[in-house]
Ligand binder design. Structure first.
Ligand code: GDP
Length: 208
């Protein structure tokens, strides 16, 4: 996996020629932790980073370890000649930031530009905190993603914060009802216990 770069405003990341899955959610929801956990790294996406540093579209490429024809070495860290398999995209948390209107608008433009124009986008994953009742912001963001006609999936983070399964189920039920989700959503995950991570990978791969 390799960080391909951060892109702002009307800039779009370079095309890898493979499907991409985009992750969205308010700051602190656990997006960086999830990206790190999905790829089994601890420092790929910075956890608990400073607000404002998350205004860009960040693309991570996942590459096959096998080099394309004609390459001599098999250095998996050098993705330059490795075959791309999939792109993971960390989108700025639009609609949420406690920032001034101008900054908020520019974050929104950046995210919407990617969402509207990226042909490779196979799935948008909206993260919500499993302990919180979805807010108007969550509903508005989900509605605007839905209006774009994107394949969507809602994931509830930090499931390990509950002490019983009954509490987990209750909370998932509230999120399902408040956001008007289909049966089976949100998918509940925890980067601490690993709950739901394999299921999420399966969904990501199926979407791609
Ligand atoms: P982001 O702002 O959405 O990228 O959120 P981060 O990944 O930086 O996470 C925000 C905080 O939540 C950090 O302190 C993480 O350690 C914590 N966190 C993220 N995911 C989990 C989880 O599944 N369980 C627990 N207990 N904490 C989590």
């Amino acid at each position: 996996i390799k960080f391909q770069g951060a892109y702002l405003n009307k800039q779009l990341p370079p095309r890898l020629g493979v499907p991409e899955v985009a992750f969205l959610g308010r700051s602190n929801v656990g997006k960086s932790s999830l990206l790190n956990r999905l790829v089994g790294k601890s420092d790929l996406a910075r956890v608990g980073k400073t607000p404002g540093a998350t205004a860009s579209v960040n693309l991570y490429g996942i590459f096959d370890k096998v080099k394309t024809k004609g390459q001599q070495t098999s250095d998996a860290n050098n993705s330059n000649n490795n075959k791309p398999l999939l792109g993971l995209v960390d989108l700025p948390g639009f609609g949420y930031a406690k920032l001034d209107k101008g900054t908020q608008q520019s974050i929104q433009d950046t995210a919407e530009n990617y969402l509207a124009k990226r042909k490779e986008l196979a799935l948008g994953i909206l993260l919500v905190d499993s302990r919180r009742v979805p807010t108007m912001d969550d509903k508005a963001v989900l509605a605007s993603l839905y209006d774009m006609g994107l394949p969507l999936m809602v994931v509830a983070t930090k499931a390990d914060k509950f002490s019983t399964q009954v509490q987990v189920d209750k909370s998932l039920e509230v999120i399902n009802r408040e956001l008007g989700l289909p049966t089976g959503q949100p998918l509940c995950i925890s980067v601490v216990s690993g709950a739901g991570i394999k299921d999420l990978w399966k969904i990501v791969l199926e979407a791609c």
